[in-house]
Design a binder for this molecule. Structure first.
Ligand SMILES: NC(=O)c1ccc[n+]([C@@H]2O[C@H](COP(=O)([O-])OP(=O)(O)OC[C@H]3O[C@@H](n4cnc5c(N)ncnc54)[C@H](O)[C@@H]3O)[C@@H](O)[C@H]2O)c1
Length: 237
């Protein structure tokens, strides 16, 4: 029995940068047709194709609905990769209601909005892959709200897995540790981080992206509700 969709159309959020972009590139190389969404509308090349991100804010459900409806055009969706996320630092001392709303709106509500709208185009065997973080499992100094938002993503992944199982749609998540993305490189903390990671290096966006394909594939056909940690041993649970 197969639990993998015949559809090779994927919706990828956060596709303009970092792991979202790497995921869009990897999926195109694997023959997927990628509907790339990001707050930032941009274009880039992958496997000889030009990928254009559609400018949409995942916190705005109607905009998400319009973007998906306008671009799916009669196709079904085989994979939704919820990768858009923000990670501003926050502590009990300096958090504001505005930062709270932004972090939870993008990282949690955004996952719900995109999943709720895309799932209407999914059929049996479809797969949802959410991006959590090791910060959902282990404390990270100065990531009060971010860690809480990613813990919410882990639990949403479990709840959605249960809700969508009758439709034979699987929902899993990836919890990356330190990954060499533009946002992370800008912190200037990558070298110090690498020294403390058991496997001795930070992750590359491409090796995280690979797991999105794996989770959507027959290899993961019996897995749902799970969050996979990819951190080089930085967080072992
Ligand atoms: N970089 C890391 O080491 C790391 C570690 C653990 C988890 N993560 C998570 O992985 C995901 C990708 O991280 P990254 O470092 O590749 O990110 P990034 O900052 O390079 O890219 C994130 C993308 O999301 C988009 N985005 C932000 N808010 C949006 C919104 N409201 N609507 C639509 N698009 C929006 C941005 O425009 C950007 O293109 C995030 O969810 C992040 O929390 C990253």
């Amino acid at each position: 029995m197969t639990h993998v969709s015949d559809s090779r159309t994927a919706v990828v959020t956060g596709a303009a940068s970092g792991m979202g972009r790497s995921t869009a590139e990897a999926l195109v190389k694997d023959g997927w047709d990628v509907l790339a969404l990001d707050r930032v509308a941009t274009t880039f090349e992958a496997a000889g194709q030009t990928i254009q991100t559609i400018g949409v804010d995942v916190t705005r459900r109607e905009d998400v609905r319009d973007a998906i409806t306008a671009n799916i055009a009669g196709r079904t969706v085989g994979l939704v990769a919820n990768i858009a996320g923000i990670y501003p630092p926050s502590t009990l001392d300096d958090f504001t209601e505005d930062v709270y709303r932004k972090v939870f709106d993008v990282n949690v509500l955004g996952v719900l909005n995109v999943t709720a709208e895309a799932v209407q185009y999914m059929t049996e065997g479809g797969s949802v892959v959410n991006f959590a973080s090791v910060d959902a499992f282990a404390v990270s100094r100065g990531q009060l709200l971010y860690g809480a938002s990613k813990a919410a993503v882990v639990m949403l992944t479990k709840e959605l897995a249960l809700e969508l199982a009758p439709r034979r749609i699987r929902v899993n998540a990836i919890a990356p540790g330190w990954v060499n993305t533009p946002g992370n490189a800008a912190t200037g903390r990558m070298e110090a981080a690498a020294a403390s990671i058991p496997l001795g290096r930070v992750g590359q966006p491409e090796e995280i992206a690979r797991w999105v394909s794996i989770l959507a594939s027959q290899d993961a056909a019996y897995m749902t509700g799970e969050t996979i940690v990819l951190s080089g041993g930085d967080v072992i649970r």
